[in-house]
Ligand binder design. Structure first.
Ligand code: FES
Length: 101
């Protein structure tokens, strides 16, 4: 699938923060990990907590409900790296944030 516009660059979360975006019928978690923008599914593998309402710790995104943490780049669960949330390629082009599902 090709890249499509998710949002504007000005809507992105600040460094160290995450945010939720609705896109094509699903919710995407976008995280700003020390200036690097990452995108992944918003649904925690534990009980479905909203990762986009979580927080950043180092290069991890931490679920706000019970603290499961995921590698922001690969989506791998810290406690069980075989388990992953889906991550998506994301890039910024001329002020637009483009994502590929
Ligand atoms: S739902 Fe995410 S840690 Fe429990």
């Amino acid at each position: 699938m090709a890249y499509a516009k998710l949002t504007s660059e000005s809507e992105l979360p600040h460094a160290g923060e995450a945010k939720e975006f609705e896109f094509e019928g699903r919710t995407i978690c976008v995280a700003n990990v020390n200036g690097t923008i990452r995108a992944m599914d918003n649904v925690c593998l534990h009980m479905g907590g909203p990762l986009g309402q979580g927080y950043i710790e180092g290069d991890k995104i931490v679920c706000p409900w019970h603290g499961w943490s995921y590698d922001a780049e690969t989506g791998a669960l810290d406690d069980d790296p075989q388990s992953k949330v889906t991550t998506y390629p994301i890039k910024i082009e001329n002020g637009a944030v483009m994502i590929e599902l």
